[in-house]
Every structure is written in C-alpha cells, then in structure tokens.
Design a protein around this ligand. Structure first.
Ligand SMILES: *Cc1c(COP(=O)(O)O)cnc(C)c1O
Length: 391
C-alpha cells in the first residue's frame, strides 16, 4: 500500500520508474541478519538481483557479504564498500579478464563450476604468483520444485560440477599448486517456497562434505547458495520472507563440523518486496472479447512476466486510493495489462481484475525489486528506467 503522500508525490513525476521503499528494505535486512546471527551463519547478497547504488549501500550497511556473477559485480561490490574477505564470485563462464580482476581484488572465494575452470584459475593465479581460494560448486541433482525456467540444481542444468566427476576434481585440485580448496558450494534454483527442498539439499551437502573430508580435503566452508522465495500474491500481508524458518532447516539438518562456516547467498528474498514499478495508463482499448490497458511501461522496464511466466500483482493505485475513502459500488473490469513495445509477448498479465481504469491512472506492479530494474533494456530505444526512493 502506498500512503496518500507517496501517491501525491508520484502524481508529479514522469513515469515509468522504480519506487524503492528503503524502510521495508532495512526491516527485511534486519530480519534476515537477526535470524542468521542466531546460528552464526554468514549471508552474502546476490548482487545480480538488484544493483541499484542505494540498495547496495543499504545492504552493505547491515554487514552482509556480496555474491557476484561477473567481474563488474566484483568491482561494484568493492566500490560500495563490501569487504574483499566477504566477496564470492560464481558463474559458469568467468572470462580470463574477470578472473584476473578478482585475483587482483583478493576476493574470499571463486565458486568454481567446471574442472577446466579450475585449471584456468590455477594458471592465471600462478602467473600472478598468487593463491586463489576456491569452493567447488556441485550440482546436487535436487529438484527445487520451482518453475523449470529458474531451476539450476538438476543434472540437465549447465551449472556446477556433477557428483560423478568428483574424483577428477580431487586429482585436479592435487595438481593445482596455486589453488587453495576451502569448501563446497550449491545453488539449486530461485523462488523456492517449499522449505522441504532445503532439507533435501542439506542431506546432499552432508554427503558431499563427507566425500571431500574422506579424500583428504578439509571443508572449511559450506555454501548453500540462495533461492528463498517471496510472496508475489500478498505483498502487503506478507512483506518479509520467513528467514527464521529457512535458516532453521539448515540448523536442523546440516552436519556442521566445529570451526566450519556456513554461508548463504540470498538475492530475491532480500530485495523483491522493496520495490514496485510505477507506470501510467496511456490508453484503454475496449474490444469485443478483451479490454486492454496500455501502460507506459513494458517488457523493456520489467521482463519477468514475459521471460519467466511470472505472476506479479498489478494494482491501480489511483483508483484504490479513491475507493478506500468513497466505498463506491463495485465497478471492476477485466483487462489485459500490456506495454507499449512492438512485441506480442509484451503483456504483464491477462484478465486482471481492476477498478475501472482511465488514461492517466497510476499502475503499480508490486514485488519488483528483484530481477526487475537490473534486467531493463533499451529495446525500441526506450529511455533507461530510473529510481525513486522513499527517503
Ligand atoms: C542468482 C544466484 C543466487 C541468488 O538467487 P536468489 O533466488 O535471488 O536468492 C545465489 N547464488 C548464485 C550462485 C546465483 O547465481
């Protein structure tokens, strides 16, 4: 819900833009930090979910680490003030340039996704007379029970090293003089709402760490990745994910050896609810079968619904605000809510029930803080979509 003051502020602004509720962001970070601290767990923020500078600063101020998936993210993390000992770097296709940059930055760990990558990091580290700390990303073959477009931990996915290759990993590690093995890494997918999935992950992590310990590789770090989901259907009733329940699964089912560190990499859960995409209705088209609301925002500003078939709550915030005061008789209509881009897939959602809507009304797409603004494009030579903050 947006306050009347916020709506008045929106009226004066050019749309579309992302609106960030920094108060809610801080509350979310505090809830996560408190829940993790209870068990001594370490949390890295998965920067790819949102790298707005104010968002990054806020997250850094809570003492989280950074989980990066490109050289530029490593650079941005360090520039924001994340400590290098708290920066990890994953990704199935790290370029030599990116690896060199991360070696120069002395990051905490490379999360390595193939045997060949291990040898390349070793060669590049040797050339710099450095030792690279690495965690092996293992594909645990655990079904995340999420949309197949965003599952990553199955044998058929491109991420990580499969368990049948572990002997070869061990051999390679023994031959790599400029690599220090520090632990094992997993990430099984995104928007995971069924916590029993994480229990299955814990069981696999326990097996894998036993394997490494048995083969003479002490496992200092267990990194369970991220993926905790958020409630896209109820952003107002359920704005903060169940961090306590999430971490408790790991507390209960992970075999943690004394002295071992447990790491997590949360993206979506930390930032998704803290932003909405705000746009205006440009046109209302009444058809025989369908009504269309044409917004001034489309897939160029927010592509999740089109790319992942993702549900995001759409509200006419101009009409909602009036209604709460007036309590008029129900004048709801169904609309296909679409953008202005010259593509048929440029539709946020079909058959959305909204208050009767008019040109100029403000429309909010909620829970847009993760994988929203960061995926914006300039297709159709659109303006870059900007940020507006609550404070
Ligand atoms: C994207 C990603 C994450 C974060 O995923 P969320 O679903 O946003 O929590 C964590 N770790 C790795 C390696 C990733 O690629």
């Amino acid at each position: 819900m947006f306050s009347i003051d916020t709506l008045t502020r929106f009226q004066a602004l050019e749309t579309p833009f992302y609106f960030y509720d920094l108060g809610l962001l801080s509350q979310t970070l505090k809830a996560c930090k408190t829940a993790a601290d209870k068990y001594g767990f370490h949390v890295h923020y998965a920067m790819k979910a949102n790298f707005d500078p104010k968002v990054l600063e806020t997250i850094q101020s809570f003492g989280l680490g950074a989980d990066c998936v490109s050289g530029n993210e490593v650079k941005a993390a360090i520039a924001t003030g994340f400590r290098k000992e708290q920066v990890v770097f994953a990704g199935v296709g790290k370029s030599d340039k990116e690896i060199n940059l991360a070696l120069d930055a002395d990051i905490f760990s490379f999360n390595v996704e193939s045997i060949q990558e291990l040898t390349i990091i070793n060669d590049l580290a040797k050339a710099k007379d450095k030792t690279a700390r690495v965690a092996i990303r293992i594909n645990p073959n655990v079904d995340a029970h999420t949309h197949h477009f965003i599952t990553t931990g199955l044998d058929e996915n491109k991420f990580g090293i499969n368990s049948w290759q572990l002997s070869e990993v061990a051999e390679t590690l023994r031959s790599c003089s400029n690599i220090q093995f520090i632990g094992i890494h997993f990430h099984i997918g995104s928007q995971i709402t069924d916590l029993t999935v994480y229990k299955s992950l814990c069981i696999r992590i326990n097996e894998m760490q036993t394997w490494f310990e048995d083969h003479g590789f002490p496992v200092k770090v267990l990194n369970a990745g991220g993926g905790l989901g958020v409630d896209y259907h109820h952003p107002d009733q359920d704005p903060i994910p169940d961090f306590e329940g999430y971490f408790k699964v790991f507390k209960d089912f992970l075999n943690v050896i004394p002295g071992q560190e447990v790491h997590f990499e949360l993206g979506r859960a930390l930032v998704a609810q803290s932003a909405s995409l705000i746009s205006r209705v440009l046109y209302v088209k009444y058809g025989q079968k369908k009504n269309f609301l044409v917004l001034d925002a489309g897939m160029t500003e927010l592509i999740r619904p089109m790319l992942y078939q993702a549900y995001m709550k759409i509200e006419n915030i101009s009409r909602n605000a009036q209604d709460s005061g007036l309590k008029t008789q129900d004048s709801r209509l169904k609309y296909d809510v679409v953008g202005p881009i010259c593509e048929s897939t440029d539709c946020f959602q079909k058959d959305v029930t909204l208050q009767e809507s008019f040109r100029g009304d403000l429309i909010a797409v909620r829970t847009a803080g993760a994988y929203g603004q960061v995926m914006a494009s300039r297709y159709n030579l659109r303006d870059a979509v900007g940020s507006v903050y609550s404070e």
